[in-house]
Ligand binder design. Structure first.
Ligand SMILES: *[C@@H]1O[C@H](CO)[C@@H](O)[C@H](O)[C@H]1NC(C)=O
Ligand SMILES: *[C@@H]1O[C@H](CO)[C@@H](O)[C@H](O)[C@H]1NC(C)=O
Ligand SMILES: *[C@@H]1O[C@H](CO)[C@@H](O)[C@H](O)[C@H]1NC(C)=O
Ligand SMILES: *[C@@H]1O[C@H](CO)[C@@H](O)[C@H](O)[C@H]1NC(C)=O
Length: 282
């Protein structure tokens, strides 16, 4: 009997903790693409051990914050920390990507920022088409993020992909069609026809058709799809991946593109509104 009561009390109190920690209103950002979105900043070859490792360096712009959450592989919210894709892109060594610097620069505008990491290194755009595993997984995680948050809102998709589509001429030549299809399907399935998409024009590619893919990215022709250009940002010695400081810069560029969208910059938290109010009267 006492044992039973104990179990009941334990159950009740853990329920209570849970309901306290589920954020009521969370602004959701979906992070998708391949390795540079997952993050390889600070990943290097340990030649003595013949393995790749992350250096563990977390710049100020990428620090954790109790108001920045990430959806785990188990579809639960937790305080976000680098590397954001550690339990998602599980077969690779993950480092710093653009997600945390992005979140840190917008968090003051929202009550909670909820990041939904979905990126997998080395993937082609054909693998992100509706019906394919990566696509369906992204939709599943995005919907789970909404359900897990007791009333959230999709704010934007951050997309950085295409290095693997620079190898084959056919992949490069249909890149634009596939991209338009992917963005349109995703918006449909999330029932958010004008969902802002901030995408990155490639800095690097694994093959010779880099310019063709970049051209497709820079001119999707879709409304509310905004492209920032990563070309010229410093790279890791592998010549493919952005360094940690490049990822910080990229995150900031993506924030600038996001905030330039009308209404995205609406201040959502009471505190920010108060600050604005005070500034107005100064
Ligand atoms: C929840 O947040 C969204 C976006 O941040 C905002 O538009 C909405 O008004 C908020 N709702 C409540 C009930 O606070
Ligand atoms: C690590 O070494 C492999 C094999 O030489 C190479 O392909 C890869 O680009 C290197 N990675 C980094 C981060 O330098
Ligand atoms: C290093 O590891 C790779 C696989 O990860 C293997 O193919 C290669 O032979 C290894 N090199 C050495 C020198 O052990
Ligand atoms: C990781 O590798 C395993 C074994 O090859 C594979 O079944 C799985 O799909 C891979 N997962 C990801 C996320 O790449």
């Amino acid at each position: 009997m006492i044992f039973f009561l104990f179990i009941m009390m334990f159950g009740l109190s853990s329920l209570q903790i849970q309901s306290q920690t589920i954020p009521r209103n969370i602004s959701i950002f979906i992070l998708a693409g391949q390795s540079n979105m997952a993050g390889r900043g600070g990943v290097y070859n340990d030649t003595a051990k013949n393995i790749t490792v992350w250096d563990g360096v977390i710049p100020r712009e990428c620090r954790s914050n109790p108001s920045i959450l990430r959806l785990t592989a188990k579809l639960e919210w937790e305080e976000a920390n680098e590397p954001l894709h550690a339990d998602i892109d599980v077969n690779k060594t993950n480092g710093v990507g653009p997600g945390m610097p992005f979140a840190n620069r917008v968090v003051n505008r929202f009550g909670y920022v909820g990041l939904v990491p979905c990126s997998i290194g080395g993937t082609k755009l054909s693998q992100w088409q509706k019906g394919e595993f990566l696509y369906e997984e992204t939709v599943r995680r995005a919907k789970a993020a909404m359900l897990a948050s007791g009333g959230g809102s999709y704010e934007a998709v951050l997309w950085y992909q295409g290095e693997s589509d620079t190898v084959d001429m056919v992949d490069a030549s249909v890149y634009k069609n596939r991209l338009v299809q992917f963005f349109s399907d995703l918006r449909n399935d999330l029932q958010h026809p004008n969902l802002p998409i901030i995408q990155v024009a490639l800095a690097t590619g694994a093959g010779p058709y880099l310019d063709a893919v970049r051209k497709a990215q820079l001119e999707t022709g879709l409304e509310n799809v905004h492209c920032v250009d990563a070309k010229g940002l410093p790279l890791e010695p592998d010549g493919l991946h952005l360094t940690t400081s490049s990822q910080v810069r990229l995150g900031e560029m993506m924030v600038d593109a996001f905030l330039a969208i009308p209404n995205s910059a609406e201040l959502h938290s009471g505190f920010s509104v108060l600050v604005l109010f005070c500034l107005f009267f100064l």
